[in-house]
Write a protein that binds this ligand. Structure first.
Ligand code: SF4
Length: 402
């Protein structure tokens, strides 16, 4: 069964110029020359260098990673290489920010292409979150806070704990850390919600506290639903509307306040695609990432983080056929790794590509590494000191929640 999806779409070709410009002599190199030079620079830098690669990275880049994984796993790897001076993060901007916060003072975190951002992370701005918190307070929702402590309630107030997905800017993580909340990933989202509900003060006996979950409404909804929270106890907070587009009663009766953000890659998957693959491949199993919309998770057989998807498929019996709803680089890599015992196809026949992750090209990686060999550091990601403390608090909470 043919399953691999070609990766450079017409869209990509049109937007290739949006990548960070490189010196001319790093363009037009052959694959063989780039590979040899990247490998040579890595050898020269030795233990002073560690390269982290996210599962959604393209093959030409990820094959040079010392560690691969999802955001959660890579965040945990940062501490495992205190000997490295340079952490080159082949991922997107928010991941490099987290690595900077978790790294030792002597370490420098580098993103090979500064244009590698995340459209979901961009959907939550610090001033929008400040406004949201203030409006929740006006609705009688936000608790009084002890600095960095679990929320304390004034009389008549309901408690809310903010939880941000790791796919958010350091400024958002810092806010959450300072206001008694934490960061989660798709790997530990359920454990995080359990943790947060335990901390969210109760309004009246029998009525649980609330979680403000941002920026991905789908991950929040899918995780909470799986834990048994019904959809009518969740509301969507639109940061572009006054009071999130909600009434105080709507917010008061909700347990989950879901920020209306999403991943433009995962939102492309549909329940109709699942119906189509089931018709085309009777007996196929469908597994999706929880960043997809709720109805898609309901139509699928299983859902989970990229690590969970990999574990489930590699552990499935020989002869299994899978349709996978996540970024196409991971799907294609998995298809190759488990073939011929198992068959893996993309749920979207055109593949869903994260175009910002794709901006990290082997050319950018080569440029960064050769400049490091020459003693020059480019594209260093530094989280401002005033955000570092609370971001670290939020990330440490994340890493402690199993
Ligand atoms: S796949 Fe979606 S959430 Fe992940 S980096 Fe790309 S845009 Fe952001």
């Amino acid at each position: 069964m043919a399953s691999l999806i070609p990766l450079l779409t017409e869209y990509e070709k049109d937007h290739i110029s949006e990548r960070q410009a490189l010196p001319e002599w790093y363009l037009g190199l052959s694959d063989a020359e780039m590979d040899a030079r990247i490998a040579g620079a890595r050898r020269t830098l030795g233990n002073r260098l560690v390269i982290l690669g996210h599962h959604y990275q393209r093959d030409e880049v990820i094959r040079f990673a010392d560690y691969t994984g999802d955001s959660f796993r890579l965040a945990g790897q940062v501490a495992s290489r205190p000997d490295a001076d340079y952490i080159v993060f082949c991922g997107v901007h928010f991941m490099a920010e987290s690595a900077d916060v978790l790294s030792a003072p002597h370490q420098q975190v580098i993103l090979p292409d500064l244009a590698a951002g995340c459209s979901m992370a961009d959907m939550a701005e610090p001033d929008q979150l400040e406004t949201c918190w203030e409006e929740l307070t006006q609705m009688g929702i936000t608790p009084q806070l002890g600095s960095g402590q679990a929320p304390r309630l004034g009389s008549g107030q309901a408690g809310v704990v903010p939880v941000t997905y790791i796919n958010s800017a350091a400024s958002i993580k810092a806010f959450v850390g300072e206001h008694g909340g934490t960061v989660c990933t798709s790997s530990n989202a359920a454990a995080t919600l359990t943790w947060a509900f335990t901390r969210a003060p109760r309004l009246r006996s029998g009525q649980g506290g609330k979680i403000l979950f941002l920026p991905d409404q789908h991950l929040g909804r899918n995780t909470a639903f799986k834990m048994g929270i019904p959809l009518d106890e969740m509301v969507g907070w639109d940061p572009n509307e006054i009071f999130g587009g909600l009434t105080p009663d709507e917010v008061k009766s909700a347990r989950m306040i879901l920020w209306k953000g999403h991943c433009s890659v995962h939102e492309r998957f549909t329940a109709a695609q699942i119906a189509t693959v089931r018709k085309q491949h009777p007996g196929i199993r469908v597994i999706v990432h929880p960043e997809v919309p709720w109805d898609v998770v309901q139509a699928a057989d299983d859902s989970g983080s990229t690590e969970y998807i990999i574990k489930t498929i590699t552990g499935s019996p020989a002869g299994s056929v899978w349709a996978v709803g996540t970024e196409v680089h991971l799907v294609n890599r998995l298809a190759r790794e488990v073939a011929p015992e198992r068959t893996v196809i993309s749920l979207d026949q055109f593949g869903c590509l994260c175009s910002t992750m794709f901006r990290v090209s082997p050319n950018h990686l080569l440029w960064i590494l050769e400049e490091l060999v020459a003693g020059r550091v480019h594209n260093r990601i530094v989280v401002p000191d005033e955000q570092k403390h609370w971001t670290r608090v939020a990330l440490d909470r994340m890493l402690s929640i199993k």
